[in-house]
Design a binder for this molecule. Structure first.
Ligand SMILES: [Zn+2]
Length: 676
């Protein structure tokens, strides 16, 4: 079944770690997203927007269940707190359940734990009771079920409810039982990947009221609806009407539905915020281009940005593809599919992003750069936008510059005690250069900001030149690169030196001129903090020499180099002991240690990881190393000296974090073997 979306973590698993989940479909098939309806539904409007394909309101699952509903037999379907259920006792006694010819559903789907979705294991047999299904599925023994049936009878409660109350069944097991009993799909909301396009078809209030969440689309365009009570025909009809779609009901744990409804409510509330913000801004600017028909697209763009911010994404990629347009989020350094936008909406969406970023919407053939700002949950979010003319149309990448989250203390960087001490010692000196190296997105700026934060005691004059200023720090004079206006790292740095600084932070050393001025500044009584793109700490020295800086200048100016990477931390809720042969553990120097591996649960968005921690390699430039630089020693020779003097390599710091149960071997391998 191609509508299964891949488990989130799969795309991240490029390394040697075996993926515990079977790959079901090679590509997640883009489900058509009715984005317009999403906006309309969120706005509380009845539906019916131009982009919605007219679909006859016909509830497939509903008609299947109608036969059941019309008989008292449906009462064997125990769902606590649902108005469609009547007294179950007489039905169980009767033991009769009429089923339409051919059963209730196509029992074609295998049970797929990775997608959190499955069809019933066997065809529906007439007359099976809930209790029987519980026993068949091995959730409880016959005695416990019989006892519950008796209690249910005497208290006139549904058997399922009693089984849950007595702790015999969990909510999710009950949902499995209901699905099995009525031949419906079961959706595990803790692992099922939500299609936000489907979710947005209902507003949070409706989701709460109906105890039902649209979670995706079927191949035929029907809406897959996860329901606490999948037999509730009224709900199915209502939602078919609201969404103008056929509905396929699936069973889900009542607990999960409630949790999800609450989460979505919070999210949609925050979207309202930014919409209001936007309207105010527009009113102020007196822009009249906000025609009514754009409203769904505005809502869609806003909801995608709000979702990205709430999931802690650093970038939003809007990729036009041959058919539809895909939206991906980069979360903890890894790209995840977030939504699929229909072709018709795609152009409007990119145009909307361009309007927000003050770009020329008529120009689609050249890349453009811009910025926009929004308020999400009361936080101002700045976004840098780059548009790209791609073969399948214009795409966009938005980098979320979430101010106020970057500045940390040294302690919260995740350095081990020795590394932190070396780094603190280096930045505590009144002059010299301290460099941070690593690929883009390795957290270099966070480390520099932490250093600036330590030094920002009011007694020092601190100047920075950055591209862009990622975080504003009170008491620090921050300058932004503006190439068009002639402010580059080089010119900015030159002017800063005339402004009586004690500490200079240069966002990045990219060219010989900047390198030269930075080195000179470090040698003339300033503390210089900057970044370079090199794969490890010792390479930074040779990089400077390659840029044309004399070895004697490098040797005398650089005091400390930090190489770093960010690795994802294992989700504490679902990580499990990795089953590795002792020989492998020995190879990693982890003999006798129990490493953990990623699994995936609802709390970590099925990725198995949550948050990131830095890996650090901190090299103090000792007298021996200074002599080696002067003697044109190789990177390998310098590395050997540094290691002999106590430098922990990046990979080894990673294994320390595996040892501490913070991350997996796979993740450390992924991040430390990648090239800069
Ligand atoms: Zn988890």
């Amino acid at each position: 079944m191609s509508w299964f979306r891949r488990r989130r973590g799969d795309e991240a698993q490029q390394s040697s770690e075996p993926v515990p989940v079977p790959e079901v479909s090679p590509e997640p098939v883009a489900a058509p997203v009715m984005a317009a309806a999403a906006g309309a539904a969120a706005a509380g409007a009845p539906v019916a927007v131009a982009a919605v394909e007219p679909v006859a309101v016909e509830s497939q699952a509903a008609s299947e269940l109608e036969a059941l509903e019309s008989t008292s037999a449906v009462a064997t379907l125990e769902r606590p707190a649902t108005e469609t259920l009547s007294d179950p006792a007489p039905v169980e006694a009767a033991g009769v359940l009429p089923v339409p010819e051919g059963g209730l559903a196509e029992p074609a789907t295998p049970y797929l734990p990775g997608d959190g979705m499955g069809a019933p294991m066997r065809p529906v047999r007439p007359g099976r009771l809930i209790g029987e299904v519980v026993v068949d599925l091995g959730f409880a023994d016959r005695a416990a079920v019989e006892e519950a049936v008796n209690v249910a009878r005497s208290q006139r409660k549904p058997t399922g409810q009693v089984l849950v109350e007595q702790g015999v069944l969990r909510q999710d097991q009950l949902a499995r039982v209901v699905a099995e009993r009525f031949g419906l799909d079961y959706v595990d909301l803790s692992t099922h990947e939500l299609d936000m396009g489907a979710v947005n078809l209902l507003n949070a209030e409706a989701i709460k009221r109906y105890q039902a969440v649209p979670v995706g689309f079927m191949e035929d365009g029907a809406l897959l609806l996860a329901m606490a009570d999948p037999t509730n025909i009224l709900t199915i009809d209502d939602i078919a009407m609201i969404t103008n779609r056929r509905v396929r009901a699936a069973a889900a744990s009542a607990e999960d539905v409630t949790l999800l409804a609450t989460r979505l409510g919070r999210m949609q509330a925050s979207i309202e915020d930014i919409v209001e913000d936007e309207q105010e801004a527009d009113a102020a600017d007196n822009i009249a281009e906000e025609a009514d028909q754009d409203a769904p697209i505005i809502k869609l763009v806003h909801s995608i940005i709000a979702q990205a911010v709430q999931q802690g994404a650093s970038d939003i990629h809007v990729n036009p593809e041959e058919g539809d347009m895909r939206v991906l989020f980069r979360i903890d350094g890894v790209l995840f599919p977030a939504a699929t936008i229909r072709r018709k909406m795609a152009v409007g969406m990119v145009s909307r992003i361009k309007i927000m970023a003050d770009l020329d919407i008529s120009e689609r053939r050249v890349p453009q750069d811009g910025r926009l700002a929004l308020t999400v949950e009361g936080r101002r979010i700045d976004i840098r936008v780059v548009t790209l003319p791609l073969v399948h149309g214009e795409g966009a990448v938005m980098r979320i510059l979430d101010k106020g989250v970057v500045v940390q203390n040294l302690e919260s960087l995740g350095m081990q005690a020795e590394e932190e001490q070396r780094f603190a010692h280096a930045i505590g000196r009144p002059h010299g250069a301290v460099l941070v190296t690593g690929p883009t997105g390795s957290g270099k700026s966070t480390t520099l900001y932490a250093a600036v934060n330590v030094l920002n005691d009011g007694a020092r004059s601190i100047l920075t030149i950055e591209d862009p200023v990622e975080s504003r720090i009170v008491g620090v004079k921050q300058m932004q690169v503006a190439t068009k206006a002639g402010v580059t790292f080089e010119t900015g740095l030159r002017s800063m030196l005339r402004a009586d600084p004690d500490v200079i932070m240069v966002g990045e050393i990219r060219d010989r001129e900047t390198a030269h001025i930075a080195v000179e500044a470090a040698l003339t009584g300033h503390l210089v903090l900057s970044t370079l793109h090199t794969r490890d700490a010792p390479s930074a020295l040779s990089r400077l020499i390659d840029m044309g800086i004399e070895p004697f200048l490098v040797s005398s100016s650089v005091d400390c180099v930090v190489a770093q990477r960010l690795v994802r931390m294992l989700c504490p809720h679902c990580k499990r002991p990795a089953n590795l042969p002792e020989t492998v553990l020995e190879e990693y120097g982890l003999a006798g240690i129990q490493p953990y591996e990623a699994v995936g649960c609802s709390r970590c968005g099925s990725s198995g990881y949550r948050g990131r921690v830095g890996l650090y390699e901190v090299m103090t430039v000792s007298e021996e190393i200074r002599a080696q630089i002067l003697a044109h020693a190789s990177v390998d020779e310098i590395t050997a000296t540094a290691v002999a003097q106590g430098m922990r390599r990046l990979h080894d710091d990673g294994l320390e974090k595996v040892r501490a149960g913070q991350t997996s071997i796979a993740e450390v391998e992924r991040m430390t073997t990648s090239l800069v």
